[in-house]
Design a protein around this ligand. Structure first.
Ligand code: DGL
Length: 265
């Protein structure tokens, strides 16, 4: 293991920054490569077969290209669908991002929990299994939305978003049976913590939002314990798997997470 070997994170866009933030806080000197699979965006509207084929091949290629020591699938959709095939295909440790139902069940008082994710994520048996294992005494209400992914992408490009759009999305949970009793919402898509403030502002009552960023940072620190790191922080690299759009629109947003070097693959 060389000190320069990076941690690789993958998402379709800016969502994985909600994981990168806590990882950088925990491991400030870790070299970072953040990959944006814009050509595959949005994963949340892709089929299981498409993601099972795409994600292991892409992550394998990227891990080899940057000589990663560990990879984080910084996307709930790709993790709940393709974590096992990715682990089977790559020789390095893989950390997935799965809906934070367990921590939500630990704090919910009303025992009614909302799960907000992409359409692909909320329909996965993985979510049933987490609910059964960690929240068997809770009512779990799910809502799948691509709109909130798009709002987070717009925000990170510095574009304005409309507060009414956030209220409509929350209503997708609240308008379901027992939805008025939800006190805790799992942000089961890595894009959503980036617009947590906007969601809170749009909610008409107190709510607690839960997501997996800190848990993943702890997991990455644990898996790399004892490994060498550079003596000081270095600028992070963002690699665009391009859909043809201009990476410059994201320069400022990425730079606020320490990603100063932009490359296109
Ligand atoms: N950030 C991804 C997730 O956590 C979804 C983004 C997309 O749909 O491409 O599920």
């Amino acid at each position: 293991m060389r000190a320069e070997q990076p941690i690789l994170l993958l998402d379709t866009g800016v969502g994985g920054l909600s994981i990168l933030g806590p990882v950088r806080e925990k491991l400030p000197n870790a070299p970072i490569v953040y990959a944006l699979d814009q050509a595959g965006y949005p994963y949340g509207q892709k089929s299981e077969a498409e993601l099972t084929a795409r994600v292991p091949a892409l992550l394998g290629r990227l891990a080899e290209h940057v000589d990663a020591r560990l990879a984080v699938i910084a996307c709930n959709t790709a993790s709940v669908i393709a974590l096992e095939p990715v682990r089977a295909a790559l020789a390095i440790p893989i950390v997935g991002t799965v809906p934070a139902i367990k921590p939500a069940a630990e704090i919910s008082r009303s025992r009614v929990i909302g799960v907000l994710g992409t359409q692909s994520t909320v329909r996965q048996p993985y979510v049933d299994n987490l609910s059964r294992e960690f929240a068997s005494d809770c009512t779990i209400i799910r809502y799948g939305t691509h709109d909130l992914v798009a709002l987070a992408e717009r925000k990170m490009r510095g574009e304005p978003t409309d507060s009414e759009d956030y209220a409509v999305i929350l209503d997708g949970l609240f308008s379901q049976p027992d939805g008025d009793r939800i006190d805790t919402i799992v942000l089961a898509c890595t894009h959503f913590p980036l617009v947590e403030e906007e969601l809170l502002a749009a909610a008409e009552r107190p709510l607690t939002f839960v997501h997996g960023g800190d848990g993943i940072a702890r997991r990455v620190a644990h898996l790399t314990e004892g490994q060498p790191w550079p003596d000081s922080p270095s600028p992070g690299r963002a690699i665009f798997i391009s859909d043809g759009s201009d990476p410059e629109a994201l320069r400022q947003g990425l730079s606020s997470y320490g990603l100063e070097i932009l490359e296109t693959l």
